[in-house]
Structures are given as C-alpha cells and as structure tokens.
Design a protein around this ligand. Structure first.
Ligand code: ITT
Length: 188
C-alpha cells in the first residue's frame, strides 16, 4: 500500500480531521494535523475560500497540506447557509435551522478539498444530496444530527457508515486518486 508520510490537514475543526484521517487511511495515505484557524475570505464560492486557505496554510507550514471548506445548502432558503455554514452553526445552530424550515426540506452538503505544495495548488469538489430532518436525531457533531442523505432515513449522526458516503469521502476520493498518481509519477 503506498504511503505518504508528510501530508497535513490544517483546520480548527478536529472532527473534520478525524474523519479525513480515517478516509485517507483507507486509500493508503497517512494524514497529520495542524490545528489552526485559517483566515477565510468572504466569497460566495467555497472553492475560492478553500484555495485561498490552502495557499495561506502552505505559506505558514511550508509542507504539503490540504484544507477543507464545507457548506450546507438548503433549497427553500435559496442555498443559505452555504459559505456561511460555520458562522450560522455557531450562532443559530441546528435548533435555529429547524425553526426556519417548513415543507420543502431539500438540502445538499458540499465539500471542497484544496491541496497546496511548492508546485501545485489544486481543488476537488463533491456533494451529497439530502434533506433536513424535522428534529435533531443522533449525537454527531456539526450539522450531522439534522442532515439525512438522499434515499436513507437516518441522519449522518445516526449512520454507522457516514465516512463511506459523505461529501468529505467523495471529495477526498477524488483528491487521493490525483495525489497517489502524482506521487507515483514522481517515483515516491
Ligand atoms: P476550518 O477551520 O477547517 O475552516 P470549520 O468548522 O470552520 O473549520 P467549515 O467552514 O468547512 O469548517 O465548515 C462549515 C460548517 O459545516 C461547520 O460548522 C462544520 O461544523 C459544518 N460541517 C462540515 N462538515 C460537516 C459534517 O460532515 N457533518 C456535520 N457538520 C459539518
């Protein structure tokens, strides 16, 4: 199994790191953690936010790094909270989101993984469609207790296989296909 010994995840959110570490381990990549709150630019584009964070993180640590930016997009709220998902979670939280919703509960979770080293700066995007539950179910972190993936009847917090189907899993899979190929063609 190929192993990269020097890939770091830079984030203030330990839950995101823990999941990313497990997922990348299954692809043979060893992920380490720099706990740090990177500055986020204001933008409607998660991809722009993530790639700017990645460049900033590389400039700080001078090692190959990945960062992740996520957004929960709720149809009936015209995509809100989207790029403001972190702020909205810290302010109104899951309870506040539930109070805003009526009939149409469709939503999606988007993940952008951005990689940066001294040669490349590259982003990988993935999404999972789903809906917002009527009550909070399960003990997970963040929006896990209110997000139900499409065709399932449990929230992320209640599922045992979240890491095999989430937005994070899908984006990291795209990233690792590219990254492992890059290491191989560099003879590593
Ligand atoms: P960074 O330091 O990495 O930016 P963050 O927590 O601010 O950490 P994001 O801006 O990417 O991360 O996350 C947006 C919000 O969405 C934040 O409140 C997360 O807790 C939440 N979130 C992201 N992925 C999630 C997941 O898989 N399950 C539940 N909530 C999630």
């Amino acid at each position: 199994m190929p192993q990269s010994f020097d890939l770091f995840f830079v984030s203030s959110n330990y839950h995101k790191y823990q999941e990313a570490k497990k997922i990348l381990h299954s692809f043979g990549i060893n992920l380490k953690f720099f706990k740090y709150e990177l500055e986020e630019i204001q933008s409607f584009s998660l991809q722009e936010i993530a790639s700017k964070k990645a460049i900033q993180a590389f400039q700080k640590y001078k090692k190959p790094i990945i960062v992740e930016d996520d957004g929960l997009y709720i149809d009936s709220l015209y995509g809100f909270p989207g790029p403001y998902s972190s702020y909205v979670f810290k302010t109104i939280g899951n309870k506040g989101i539930l109070q805003l919703l009526k009939q149409n509960r469709k939503a999606k979770f988007v993940s952008i993984i951005s990689f940066c080293d001294n040669k490349n700066s590259k982003s990988f995007e993935a999404k999972i469609d789903g809906s917002i539950s009527k009550t909070q179910n399960g003990e997970g972190w963040g929006y896990d207790p209110i997000f139900i993936p499409k065709n399932l009847n449990k929230t992320f917090a209640e599922l045992t296989n979240k890491n095999e189907l989430s937005h994070r899993y899908k984006a990291l899979k795209k990233f690792s296909n590219w990254y492992l190929h890059k290491l191989k063609s560099n003879g590593q």
